[in-house]
Design a binder for this molecule. Sequence first.
Ligand code: AMP
Ligand code: ZN
Length: 334
Amino acid sequence: MTIHLDHDTAAPAASETAVGTTAAPVEDSADALGAARAELRDRLLADGVLLDLGSPGLYGRTGVFERVYSAVDAAAVRSQADLDAEVLRFPPVEPLASFERTDYIASFPDLAASISGFTGDDRTHRALLAARERGERWEGFLEPADLMLTPAVCHPVYGLVGDTVPEGGRSFDILGDSFRREPSLDPMRLQAFHMHEFVHIGTPASAKAHRDDRIPVMHALLESFGLEIDVVPANDPFFGRVGQMLARNQVEQALKFEFVTPVYGPGHDATAISSANLHEDHFGTAFGIRSADGGVAHSACIAFGLERITIALFAAHGTDPDEWPAAVRSALAL
Ligand code: AMP
Ligand code: ZN
């Protein structure tokens, strides 16, 4: 399959337009950014770090990628050990019913993706095969399976904690697959990736403290990897006109912060490799969760974007980890 490298040279999505970072983009910077992205992608493929699966933002990963990825994840877990979080793992798909309660489809319909399956009879199967034979699309013969690909790995936890969390709240360690329908040739923007999240459900005060207390820890960890990191208010790509209001609210109320690093140099917007997000009562209300004092539970989560951190490391230090600075290898226990 031919991939046209000019596909993704448009302005980056809002999630990567870090507020208050880097120089203002100039007229031709989209081309330069596209070239920088293509250059990193080509290097990762040529040096055998990633394998092109023939669809933008979908890669196979080789041993050298896994070596760094595992080290990043292990370091992230070590850095949060004091939370003593309950470990939970979920499949890469979630039931439609729980997806509904998160309201994700209201904010990010363009990133959402569902699973379909074949439920037809012989005759429908023959019609499908005939369409396929004619070179036509045949997925229209599949029916919604009431399953969504999980876009954020903390989603399933809110339906599992019952109607009350105990005094002190509960903290969770959740690693899993995320899928977001945002095909791109930017190797930092994948469709299928992993997040390691540390989630807290408790009172307004304990949720805010979770988000705020983790920020310096995450900042120090990412800097120990030899990455230049800024912590900036997040500007998520909420969809549509209503979404613009949500995005403004998110920035004005400083609900979410991102850890951004200038993967493509100081002339371009930096890319978010992790985030720290206060949901306030969003999930507590949607899932009917209360804290020990009877109020609606508040929640917060921090997320390490494992592929993005890994690729940022390859971009900053080269594709041979044995050649990386000793301090970086030591921080990663590589
Ligand atoms: P978010 O829930 O948007 O804050 O995502 C959490 C983290 O996941 C981000 O900080 C990124 O590191 C990572 N992430 C988000 N979208 C993508 C993507 N399309 N490709 C790779 N990593 C991503
Ligand atoms: Zn989360």
